[in-house]
Design a binder for this molecule. Structure first.
Ligand SMILES: Nc1ncnc2c1ncn2[C@@H]1O[C@H](COP(=O)(O)OP(=O)(O)O)[C@@H](O)[C@H]1O
Ligand SMILES: [Mg+2]
Length: 228
């Protein structure tokens, strides 16, 4: 049997000390197979972003194990973790984190260039990706010249350009109107379908959650399956 694409066990994470200590994750378990799509729902402050940051190797847990594509994150050096992130993970942040000194196209193709890809091919793939979300004409603009929804679409292109095995998306449609949300999620679903990518979305969007294979509720630091 192949290892789950995303697996974590007994994950614990707290912030702060003493009276200010907040225990966010309290022994959380999650496993998602290759090609599976999972929605993580829960009230604001329940720990959805914390969970995604840990799964994406952007932060370390206090206790517990995380395996991504069979690799234990805790055992990886900084360089190996960066490589795994570049190769296997697409992260769509709640706030887009685009680089303002670079054009829209440059932002989108950055993950391909970081891994040493051919510039011309990267450019073509980047333009094709922007085309699919209706942003080809904005390729030469800088992120600050775009609307919030256009920036979010750009960030989604950047996350998907490497066709990652795992897409972690934090409220991917949170800032978008319905039509734009539809374009963005269509891209993520086509990746899921065409490349068997695993999707883990933190979302408030019931419509989006109901389209994924499974919905889990994050409550009191743990995940519980939620009947659809
Ligand atoms: N860096 C931090 N320092 C202190 N507390 C934090 C930090 N990040 C998140 N928290 C707290 O952890 C809890 C979970 O936050 P978060 O994971 O952002 O929840 P969600 O994404 O579900 O809204 C919240 O109570 C939040 O205030
Ligand atoms: Mg959040």
């Amino acid at each position: 049997m192949t290892a789950p694409a995303v697996e974590c066990r007994a994950l614990c994470k707290s912030y702060g000390d003493g009276a200010l200590r907040v225990e966010v994750l309290k022994g959380l378990d999650l496993a998602a197979a290759a090609g599976e799509s999972v929605a993580v729902v829960g009230v604001s402050g329940s720990g959805k972003s914390t969970l995604l940051h840990l799964l994406g190797g952007l932060d370390r847990p206090d206790a517990g194990d995380i395996h991504l594509c069979g690799e234990p994150l805790a055992a990886l050096s900084g360089a190996a973790l960066s490589r795994l992130r570049n190769r296997s993970i697409g992260f769509v942040y709640q706030f887009h984190h685009l680089l303002n000194d670079f054009s829209v196209l440059e932002n989108v193709v950055m993950p391909l260039l970081i891994r040493g890809g051919d510039r011309r091919e990267a450019r073509e793939r980047g333009l094709a990706m922007l085309d699919r979300v209706g942003l080809r004409r904005r390729a030469a603009h800088k992120p600050h010249q775009l609307s919030g929804g256009e920036r979010q679409r750009t960030a989604v292109c950047r996350a998907l350009i490497t066709r990652p095995a795992v897409v972690l998306a934090d409220e991917p449609t949170g800032q978008l109107d319905r039509a734009t949300a539809e374009q963005v999620t269509a891209e993520m679903f086509s990746l899921n379908r065409d490349f068997n990518s695993t999707l883990v979305f933190a979302t408030h969007d019931q419509r989006l959650a109901s389209r994924l294979d499974r919905v889990c509720r994050l409550e009191d630091g743990r995940l519980a399956a939620k009947p659809q």
